[in-house]
Design a binder for this molecule. Structure first.
Ligand SMILES: *Cc1c(COP(=O)(O)O)cnc(C)c1O
Length: 241
């Protein structure tokens, strides 16, 4: 299939509508909450596809590779709200500091420190938890999150506003429910910890970034406030991490 067909406006728009209505249905049971935020994960997909979704009203896009993001960001509208969702090396922190709305994937002290040093303004970040203790994926074990938070709280240029997690890959989204529950419980525990140990902390720690193309509905049922959707919106990636 050519890129023109793969990323045709009709295709992208109808997928966007479909995802929006599925998000709506999955959030239906919750009362009085903020709407779930959709981050369109556009890594490896062309700027034309992003423009189509931008024209359809989407403003929140996620990228994983610093260099790819920089090239796209240069040619795309300024009012896009960029989310950095990929693994971040501390030597790349300077490129995203102050320039993205949210870094989802902070899981190391060196990255916290680098983002703090490189930011002019307080910058929003999520701490990434390793769900299911996967060796290959990023994230700190749930029981080390308080220690990472202690360090983050000492950096006034960083606002930790919640947690991100990725369950191990499974074909059956129901397999991931228990991992999403763990992430939500970890956030609750961290909120209590921050109230007790950093009572003046400036952020409420309310965000739960969890759920991707194959499991975002289950994630929403388990309390996701942000879902990161790539494939279900853009189609298969031609190459991947
Ligand atoms: C690529 C990626 C996504 C999107 O995954 P899909 O399965 O294509 O929806 C979400 N989150 C992170 C961190 C990613 O790297």
């Amino acid at each position: 299939m050519s890129d023109d067909e793969k990323y045709s406006p009709e295709r992208l728009q109808s997928r966007l509508e479909d995802i929006r209505s599925r998000i709506e249905v999955a959030s239906g049971g919750r009362d009085g909450d903020r709407p779930v935020q959709l981050v369109a994960v556009s890594k490896t997909h062309p700027v034309e596809a992003i423009e189509t979704l931008y024209d359809a009203g989407l403003r929140r896009f996620g990228e994983s590779y610093v260099q790819e993001w920089e090239e796209k960001q240069k040619v795309l509208p300024d009012d896009i709200e960029w989310h950095f969702v990929g693994r971040l090396q501390s030597n790349k922190a300077k490129f995203v500091a102050d320039r993205v709305a949210l870094v989802h994937s902070v899981d190391r002290r060196s990255v916290l420190k680098a983002l703090h040093r490189r930011s002019e303004d307080p910058m929003r970040v999520l701490l990434q938890v390793n769900l299911g203790m996967q060796k290959s994926k990023g994230g700190v074990p749930s029981d080390e999150i308080e220690a990472l938070m202690d360090l983050a709280a000492s950096y006034e240029k960083l606002n930790v506003c919640g947690l991100m997690g990725m369950p191990p890959y499974s074909d059956d989204p129901e397999d991931n429910r228990r991992h999403f529950k763990v992430l939500r419980q970890t956030l609750k525990r961290l909120q209590r910890y921050v109230e007790a140990h950093h009572p003046a902390y400036r952020e409420g720690l309310e965000e739960l970034s969890m759920g991707m193309s194959n499991d975002f509905e289950v994630a929403i049922e388990e309390g996701a406030t942000i879902v990161r959707v790539g494939t279900a919106l853009f189609g298969q990636r031609d190459y991947d991490e």
